[in-house]
Write a protein that binds this ligand. Sequence first.
Ligand code: IPM
Ligand code: MG
Length: 364
Amino acid sequence: MNISIAVLPGDGIGPEVVTESIKVLEAIGNRFGHEFQIKSGRVGGNAIDDYGTPLPQETMDTCIDSDAILFGAVGGPKWDDPNADVRPEDGILAIRKSLDLFANLRPVKVYPSLINSSPLKPEILKGVDMMVLRELTGGLYFGKPKKRWNTSRGRRGVDTLKYTEAEIVRILKVGFELAMGRRKKLTSVDKQNVLESSRLWREIAVEMGKGYPEVELDHILVDNAAMQLIRNPSDFDVIVSENTFGDILTDEASVLSGSMGMLPSASLSSLPGNSGTSSKVSLYEPIHGSAPDIAGKGIANPIGSILSTAMMLRLSFGMHDEADSIEKSIEAALSEGYRTADISSDGGNQVNTTVMGDVIAGAI
Ligand code: IPM
Ligand code: MG
């Protein structure tokens, strides 16, 4: 199979972790006989510096012409001026929106060998295995009006939390389908005691639940969800939420797996069909950001990015054995005691980004 992948390393630790993913991809290509054609593109703050825009047209064209996108991270203090006209984050947001990548899958699991890397008690972490489904192209991120302006009574700013029925239906459908393929439990997160958009969300979820009698459907308020996530995390199977809630809850959920550096994600514009793959261009990225504090030091954890690569093989190309091989190699590296700095609180053999990538690629 000859496959082309747009690789957008971005800023900060983005390029460092993506390099390790490509290393692992090459190992997969060799072992399973695939040809992965890598096409790099510029995105984020470094693209602002060189092209004046966080998403040059050339990068967008590369994405559209590829079979999948592997994304690193964007952002950094250099581009953080609140009055800047353009921001690195606009790059990833524009890709998500223009490719209609509305369904963001963020699996959260606990690796037994990392159970002591989490600040939470081991008994709370036992059996944690959930999928957080975050709506990715609506809500506060994209709702208009979105602006800042001056008035005679001071400055003002507005963002708009807006959802259409069609947007809610399509994300909830993905949630129900995911639950059907798992433990058949769907938790819909909202803030219906305060927000009108959440009341619509819940109403639609209840209606759609009737079409999925096998799925146990729960509704919880987002503030309660934040608490339950660290109190009873193993209770969750699939969680579905609007964009901002999902962003916040998944940073929190990453503490369950020991580090932000561990969590992958897949952003899709359609659920994989019967063939098991999504026919459109999907994007894969770790949930962590550019981590400017450790960028350039070579100590970042590449596992979130490498796991995202496994999700790509599985969801975009139906390469289940290949994805399994990556996941098993990661488990092997962890159980042999290899640790990047972020997951080294239980000791182990502390290694840098490159060595972690080498160990995982070597086990493929
Ligand atoms: C994420 C990130 C992004 C988001 C940023 C970089 C725009 O935090 O993917 O979770 O808020 O979606
Ligand atoms: Mg985030």
